[in-house]
Design a protein around this ligand. Structure first.
Ligand SMILES: [Zn+2]
Length: 271
């Protein structure tokens, strides 16, 4: 049987766990393949092969023996393409970055269509860039959560009613249904329970948040009320898909609360 093929691939580290005396087990995100688990043998000893590259928020090019099926892949070397230093030097950026990595580690598929996994990898790089470029606040958190869901193929329906398909208009009462995956018009709301209130303007702002380029995200301004609306809808939708509270969430909540501007400005709300 021929030995497994060695490939070179761009990669990001989603999770890193020390294993044995000198190895490390990594959850990687790669453009062709989504999430994969790989062992880096001797990673804590070998300066030659890894040279301090295997840290969170490093964009890498790895040399990998990829196993199909149940076997664990193996990383034989890694070079640093780019390190996103801003995410390590600012504690709030770090907290939000770790939260997004944990989110991807939970929800990123193992395998899947290349178009989908490449889009997910692109999202992760865009998120690093956005975190470096914009103040890490509750607005940015909400935008990145929503964009993560979109990149994972879990985009909520924001423009049309998930019940009847009608485009929502400003004359209607608008609601949001988590399990049904999006907005609900006033008429369809009468036949549903478990609805969340939401303003149409908030849904429009969230649509804009999905459409903007990374460098333009600072243009999205949310009033305190819209932010509260958006946090409620996006957080609960995310939680529905993740199923559990992410371990990094409380740390992020604390860091954002400590950094939140004084009263009168957008604020962190509990959901
Ligand atoms: Zn409807």
């Amino acid at each position: 049987m021929p030995p497994p093929r060695t490939e070179r691939s761009p990669a990001l580290i989603l999770r890193s766990v020390d294993f044995g005396e000198s190895d490390r087990i990594l959850h990687l995100l790669v453009p062709d393949g989504g999430r994969l688990t790989a062992i880096a043998k001797g990673a804590r000893r070998s300066q030659k092969r890894f040279a301090g590259t295997l840290d969170l928020f490093n964009e890498l090019r790895v040399q990998i023996h990829r196993r199909r099926g149940h076997g664990m892949s193996r990383i034989d070397g890694a070079v640093l393409v780019r390190h996103h230093a801003a995410l390590r030097t600012d504690p709030v950026r770090f907290a939000l970055g770790c939260y997004l990595l944990e989110l991807l580690d939970r929800l990123a598929p193992e395998g899947g269509a290349a178009r989908d996994t490449r889009r997910l990898f692109r999202f992760a790089l865009d998120a690093f860039a956005a975190l470096a470029a914009h103040p890490p606040d509750a607005v940015l958190r909400t935008i990145l959560e929503l964009r993560a869901l979109d990149a994972l193929g879990m985009r909520p329906e924001l423009r049309r009613c998930v019940g009847c398909g009608e485009e929502l208009s400003s004359v209607q009462d608008v609601h949001f249904h988590i399990a049904d995956g999006g907005a609900v018009c006033g008429a369809c709301a009468l036949r549903r329970t478990g609805l969340l209130p939401v303003q149409l303007g908030t849904l429009r702002a969230l649509e804009r948040a999905l459409a903007l380029e990374v460098g333009q995200l600072g243009r999205l301004v949310l009033s305190p009320r819209a932010l509260e609306d958006a946090r409620r809808v996006v957080y609960r939708f995310l939680r529905f898909h993740v199923g559990v509270e992410l371990q990094s969430q409380r740390f992020l909540d604390r860091m954002l609360a400590a950094r939140a501007p004084s009263a009168g400005n957008p604020r962190v709300v509990s959901v």
